[in-house]
Design a protein. Sequence first.
Length: 188
Amino acid sequence: MSTLEVNKITPSTGTSITLGDSGDTFTIPSGVTLTNNGTASGFGANTPAFHVAKSGNQDIPDGTATKVTGWTEVLDTDNCFASDRFTPTTAGKYLIYGAACVGSVSTNTNLRAAYSFIYKNGSSYAVSDNNYNGSFIFNATLFVQAVVDFNGSSDYVELYANGDLTTGNPRVYAVNATVFGGYKIIGA
């Protein structure tokens, strides 16, 4: 093995340098620090990624898991969020999260239970629930998250919510607490 000792590498022509060939491996020993003061590309990123926020209140049937609709996109790196669902075009494992602020439409009704669900391909995949049967409340925000494996073509996720009231129908509130998002996990 040869050792090259220099303080700076500059291209003889152009503005780029290629290290090695396809199939080569570069080993960075323990204790070495890589400092990037420029733009790094091709090192992997937590994308596709998305984050959406509820854009308006949504009344839902009492005691029925219902798809949350009407989102405003805050982030959608690869245009994979559409029609109230996330369908990533890159296969792999993703951290998916959601939160729904579920409550009663009026203060005269009481929330007995609230739920947030992540649905994958139309079926419940993960759920967060709270039961308030002993001490009714007006509303609750329930956070749910899961690691979801996607095939990169047809797998999708959606956020669902459910509320159980003493009377009337529940509402998913359009506040900062009703959000839905996720991103690809690097190295998983």
